[in-house]
Design a protein around this ligand. Sequence first.
Ligand SMILES: [Cu+2]
Length: 147
Amino acid sequence: MFRTLMIVGAIAGVAHAASASAAELTVKMRNQGAEGPMVFEPSSAKLKPGDTIRFVPTDAGHNVETIPGLAPAGVPPVKGVMGKEVVVKVAKPGVYGFKCLPHWGMGMVFVAKVGDAKLDPAASSAVLASAPPMTKRRLTAAFNAIR
Ligand SMILES: [Cu+2]
């Protein structure tokens, strides 16, 4: 019992220290992950304004780009080169969606909520309406994960 409390305390301490300054999240671009083939791992995250996301091409043949309609107003779209690392600073609160262009149809997507932003129902519905079935399933899961 005492040991368990000590571990919980240590984890809480780490989380508190991380919140004091901007953090960097590493997202792997993988051919095969826990959620299936062609994935960003993790596929969703809750971040703070000023944090960065480092997309690492763990496997070849992937890129990162903004999903149209899933970025805060005024934020320029990201368009990464195939097989290259991309670092995105998320300064503005809101919901950011990224895809791998070749694997959009297989649902290779990543969604981040930055700050206390709410997912815009109109924007998310529009993206889901035009998404292929696998993409719709994974996007819905990612949207649910950031609520
Ligand atoms: Cu890909």
